[in-house]
Design a protein around this ligand. Structure first.
Ligand SMILES: [Zn+2]
Length: 278
């Protein structure tokens, strides 16, 4: 006769419950950390429109989203694909955008890849924790053609009938040495909004968000602004590997992506706390 079991059924249930409580919050936040998406996405390499890597990157994004919209168009014989993932909620909606293409001869890890990784992780979190207000994740194509043609965001903005409170463009946000100055065009058009966003950033990472303008940059926010959408770009332009063959995943860090991920989660889920919320 042996009464000595390792755990009684009651103790077993207790241990199981404790285990679930400990690990459930992590599961609720995201299935995959943005850094894991980042490494997998960057393994594709160059994603210049018209190349095999371009199509592979499109499939990667589409396959990691539940029921995305693919909005395709062509310019001078080359096919482009914007990918949208919409989460319903109250109006007005907010948007987060990143371009997913890369320049010719550039693997575009930080440039393009870092923003895509953040958006894919955000999609997981939004799927599990539906937002109060509508949130759109916008993956633009054709940003980096011939310098900055902004094909995807122009196509989106020209056909946009939705009312956005704002769209924040995320680009080059994975640099190991992350320092984000305000971008000149964003601050010129929307000074109070930019200040409020940097205040939120500084509450999360004061060493990262610098409340001063350093560069004026042409990125997808410019085409959105042109069509009357309130949009700013968040970009760390002090990156020596920009637009070179050396813009590879090893120049970026899990910590930087983690900081940026916490920052965007804060914008989505604590929206009402801040003055800019409708
Ligand atoms: Zn870029």
């Amino acid at each position: 006769m042996d009464q000595h079991k390792f755990l009684s059924p009651r103790a077993y249930r207790f241990v199981l419950l404790a285990f679930l409580l400990l690990f459930a919050p992590a599961w609720l936040v995201a299935a995959e950390h943005p850094y894991e998406y980042f490494i997998d996405f960057c393994a594709i390499g160059e994603r210049a429109p018209g190349t095999a890597g371009h199509l592979q990157a499109r499939s990667f994004i589409v396959d990691h989203l539940k029921e995305p919209e693919v909005d395709s168009f062509s310019v001078r014989g080359t096919n482009y694909y914007n990918i949208y993932k919409r989460f319903p909620g109250e109006d007005p909606r907010i948007g987060f955008a990143a371009h997913w293409d890369s320049d010719v001869g550039c693997p575009g890890a930080n440039d393009g890849g870092s923003g895509v990784a953040l958006l894919l992780a955000l999609a997981d979190t939004l799927e599990r924790n539906p937002p109060l207000h509508a949130v759109d994740l916008l993956f633009f194509d054709g940003e980096d053609v011939n310098g900055a043609e902004l094909y995807g965001s122009s196509h989106f903005a020209a056909n946009c009938v939705d009312n956005y409170s704002y769209i924040i463009v995320l680009d080059m946000v994975g640099d190991k040495d992350l320092q984000i100055y305000q971008e000149g065009n964003s601050a010129k058009f929307f000074p109070a909004f930019v200040d409020s966003i940097w205040e939120i950033g500084r509450a999360i990472a004061p060493e990262v968000f610098v409340p001063a303008v350093k560069y004026y940059i042409t990125d997808d926010h410019i085409s959105l602004i042109t069509y009357g959408i309130r949009s700013i770009v968040i970009i760390d332009f002090d990156y020596p590997y920009w637009d070179t063959v050396d813009d590879t995943a090893d120049k970026c860090s899990r910590q930087s992506l983690d900081t940026m991920y916490r920052f965007v989660l804060n914008l989505i889920y604590q929206r009402r706390r801040y003055g800019y919320a409708p």
